[in-house]
Each structure stands twice: as C-alpha cells, then as structure tokens.
Design a protein around this ligand. Sequence first.
Ligand code: UD1
Length: 403
Amino acid sequence: MRGAGRREPTKEAPLRVIVVAGARPNFMKVAPILREMRDRPGMKPVFVHTGQHYDDVLSADLLRELGIPAPDMNLEVGSGTHAEQTARVMTAFEPVVRDQSPELVLVVGDVNSTVACALVAAKCCVPVAHVEAGLRSFDRRMPEEVNRVVTDALSDYFFTTEPAADENLLREGACPSRIFRVGNVMIDTLLRFRDGARSRGVPARLGLPEGGYGLVTLHRPENVDDPRILGEIMKALQRVAETMPLLFPVHPRTMARLTAAGLGETKSGLRLVPALGYLDFLALLCDARVVFTDSGGIQEETTVLGVPCLTLRENTERPITLEQGTNRLVGREPATIVREALSVIESGPGVATPPYWDGLAAKRIVDVLCRGVEPADHGKVAKSSEKAPLAGRSKDVRSEDRG
Ligand code: UD1
C-alpha cells in the first residue's frame, strides 16, 4: 500500500485539500481541522460550504462564533428532497474539484453534503478522507446511515472516534493501515469554547435555575414528521415539565412540523424558542440537569460534560456514549420517556470521557496527512491477504508512528 506515488507535503509544495461542510454539525467538526491546517506550512486548505444549511443561526452566525473565516466557496444548494439536494451538491462540487485539482477531499460526519462530495471526489480519482468514519446504527431507514455506509465505501482515509467504528470498518473490508483512531473533533470544539460559553450567563438570562432545568432538541424525520408521534413526544415532555422546567430550542424543520400539527403552543414549564447559536446552546448544555435529544453529536457532548442524556431513538451509531458516557436510549414511548427522565433527575450524572476525546483530534488528523497522502487507488479496500481479524488491527495514532 505504502510508498508508490505517496506525496509528502512541504512548505514549498503544500498539500491541496478541499475541506467540505454543509450542515450545522459539520461546522463544529471542520473548525478545529481548518485551524490546525492553517497553522501548518505543508497544508493548503480550501474551505467549501455546500449551502445545505443557509439560515444564519445554522450557518453564518455559527461560523463567526467558531472563529472560522468565511468559506472560500459557497455552493448555495439549499433544501430539497434527498435526491435533489445530493444531486445539487454533486453538480456544483464537480467543477470545483476540476478547477482546484485537490490532492485530497476531506469530508466530515454523515449529512447529504458528506456523501455527495465523497462521490464526486472518488469519481474524479481524488482520495477521500472521512472524519467520523465507521459509525453504524445498522438502521438503513436513517438517511444518515446510508450516507455513512456509502461515504466509507468510497473513502481512502478513515479517521475514527471510538473502537466500534474501527471494528465496523474492518468488518466491511477497509484496509487496517488506513484506519486512524484520532478521537473526536466535535469535542475539540466543545473543549475550546466551554469556559467562554459558561461565562455568558445564559441560563440566568433565560430565567432558568442553574443545574435545575432540562434541554430538548428534536429534528429527526422519524420523530418529527408524523404528527401523531410528535404529539406523543410533546405530551411526554409536558409531563416531565411539571417536575422541572424544560427549554426546547427548535430546529427550523421541527418548527414547521409543530406549527402544521397545531403543537406550537405549550403549557408553562415547557418553553419553545427558535434554534440557538452554538455558544448559547453549549452554555445551556453545561448546566442542564437532563437532556432529551435525537441528535448524534449531543450524545457525545453530554458524555464529555457528564450531563445525563436521554436519546429518543431505538439505536445509536455511537455506542461508546452508552458504555462509558451518560447516554440512555429511551425510544419514543411516552411512558418510558417520562419514567427514565424522572429516574435520571433523581439519580444524577456520572462522568467517563472516552480515550482521545481530549481536544487534540484535529492535530492528530493533520499529523497523519502531513506524513503524506497516496493517490486514490484500488488498494484502499483490503485485499484478502490484508484482511484483518476484527480485534486489535487498527491502531490509535498516538501509539504508532505510521510514517
Ligand atoms: C441535516 C442532516 C442531519 C443533521 C442536521 C443538523 C441530512 C440527511 N441530514 O438535517 O443529519 O443532524 O442537518 O441540523 O443531511 N431548513 C431551514 N433552514 C436551513 C436548513 C434547513 O429552514 O438553513 C429546513 C428546510 O425546511 C429543509 C429542512 O429544514 O427542508 C431540512 O433541512 P435538511 O438540510 O434537508 O436536513 P436537516 O433536517 O437540517
């Protein structure tokens, strides 16, 4: 695998990397990577925003808060069905790849922009690096699961956050020497901004008792698209709100569904507000007594913060948050949600941070890339002689020098 055609970047000839982001959680992930790349003379990042998210609070304000410069390019694809959105990103991204001739395209997470850009890069024979590779919910009804599986099938470099991801990739035939356990870039961002966020006094500004409120986020189609299911969840939250005030910053797609279903008015205790900026939301997360969510990233953030998290889903692609973190899967059954909420409010948190979720994940990723990138080739899928037993073949980058 190694050697032939590998290009080690230098100051004079830096590695040309397109870094892609499209939707809200992507920005928190690319921020530390872009920052790290800009500090290295061997790296020449080009930041492409696909425009999948375009509302200020989900996009422009967020970039400002995270301190990342404006994107070098915005493809302005906007909303649409999955096929429309994915196709628009692909059509707009292909000429960018042609014009920029990157030596690597780096994608993060599992949104439609991730898979669309990976597909374009692979067809242009440009190597793909996937940050947050290998996560699997094993539920193909989730659009994100389809995006994860396809992106990993096309990727040449796999940067992973937890052991289960490495195992999934090995099982699917990824080459072990291409898997790098680097930690969690979303946590890099959280650790960088946590203290500043807490000093903003957000709970007090919103009239919430510090450490004595719950926080809610919901946006997944399976929870919000069916008015009956959404109504049941809202009823359960309203019940919990009789015990403790709940704040629900509402994602635009959820707001549209709530309004259409006549569920936009809530009784006291459960307060709906428009989606919040990153720093305000992080501040609220830090001091919450309990969090209700269907987001992937929030399961990880609560794990690091030691805040109990109840995930309104049947499965999670991030099992380490259940094994070591504060996360519990509670599904969508109202009685279960209420019971688990009251029990967790009673018992309180526990903290265990997974290995390498320490603020240095982006540094590890860029270290790997600085050692050189090989051209896209068919060697990225393990040949039978290279296939590894499931356990113990991928390595964390701290313990092994891959140079
Ligand atoms: C997307 C990601 C999801 C991620 C979430 C974070 C996919 C398949 N889904 O879901 O994994 O967790 O982002 O927020 O990529 N809308 C606006 N303003 C915007 C963007 C969207 O009002 O700036 C509304 C539109 O009505 C749009 C709907 O939200 O149709 C859905 O947006 P979309 O980007 O398709 O998916 P999300 O639900 O945001």
